[in-house]
Design a protein around this ligand. Structure first.
Ligand code: PXP
Length: 240
């Protein structure tokens, strides 16, 4: 059965919008686990735009399922991962100007560097996943790095504007997943998945774990709005 890893970055985005202490992604992670999350994902970006070092440290102490740290394969991040020891590191490409991760890692062009990063993380007892586009040469290159798993970038499928394009990108994902399985890689998938796009994967049975963040946090904001307003209204009523 497929598993769900919940990315709580956007809870931190909301907190950082005011630079305060709430909402706390650590609290969100607890609630996500109570809701059945099989793992908690955070992306510690080099510019610390949402998740902070303190969040990752506290999550390491509080997450009961699995802590999955997304990060660039830089010396600084590998050192932090070695200190905090998440269960899994997902290596992602990172550009300072991007709104969110754009495209997968170019593993094919950087096999020795990626292999070195994977080996350094393995020395710390951390499993490694590589975030890559559903392109066969990237999958084949990933299998040469020693990484246990890949995460297939589902962005092209989720962003496609026509049904024909959507189906083409969906087939690319399924073919890439089959190839990866044949190469003994565990296969995760994520980026841009929402309450509609996830339905296309029903019954396919080839993805081990989905990594989903933005749509879940967005849904939580609206699903919790009525209760949040009612709570504040009760307090305002005492101010008359
Ligand atoms: N997987 C990776 C590697 C990501 O970078 C992200 C975005 O942080 C996700 C999954 C989750 O994407 P979304 O927030 O669109 O669900």
């Amino acid at each position: 059965m497929a598993q769900l890893a919940v990315n709580v970055d956007h809870v931190a985005t909301l907190r950082q919008a005011r630079g305060g202490v709430y909402p706390d992604p650590v609290h969100a992670a607890v609630l996500a686990e109570l809701g059945g999350a099989d793992g908690i994902v955070v992306h510690l970006r080099e510019d610390r735009r949402h998740i902070q070092d303190r969040d990752v440290r506290l999550l390491r102490e509080t997450v009961l399922s699995r802590l999955i740290l997304e990060m660039a394969a830089t010396g600084e991040m590998i050192r932090i991962a070695g200190e905090i020891r998440p269960d899994i590191v997902t290596l992602v490409p990172e550009k300072r100007t991007e709104i969110t991760t754009e495209g997968g890692l170019d593993v094919r062009a950087n096999v020795p560097q990626v292999r070195d990063a994977v080996a350094r993380l393995h020395e710390c007892g951390i499993e490694v996943s590589l975030f890559i586009d559903p392109d066969p040469p990237q999958i084949e290159a990933a299998a040469q790095t020693g990484a246990e798993m890949i995460e297939i970038h589902t962005g092209r499928f989720c962003d496609a504007s026509t049904n024909i394009a959507k189906e083409r990108h969906f087939s690319e994902i399924v073919d890439a997943a089959r190839l990866a399985k044949n190469l003994d890689l565990k296969v995760n998938a994520g980026h841009g998945l929402c309450y509609n796009t996830i339905k296309r994967f029903a019954g396919i049975g080839i993805i081990d774990e989905f990594s989903i963040g933005h749509s879940i946090v967005a849904r939580a904001v609206l699903a919790g709005m009525t209760a949040a307003v009612a709570e504040m209204q009760a307090l305002v009523q005492k101010c008359g």
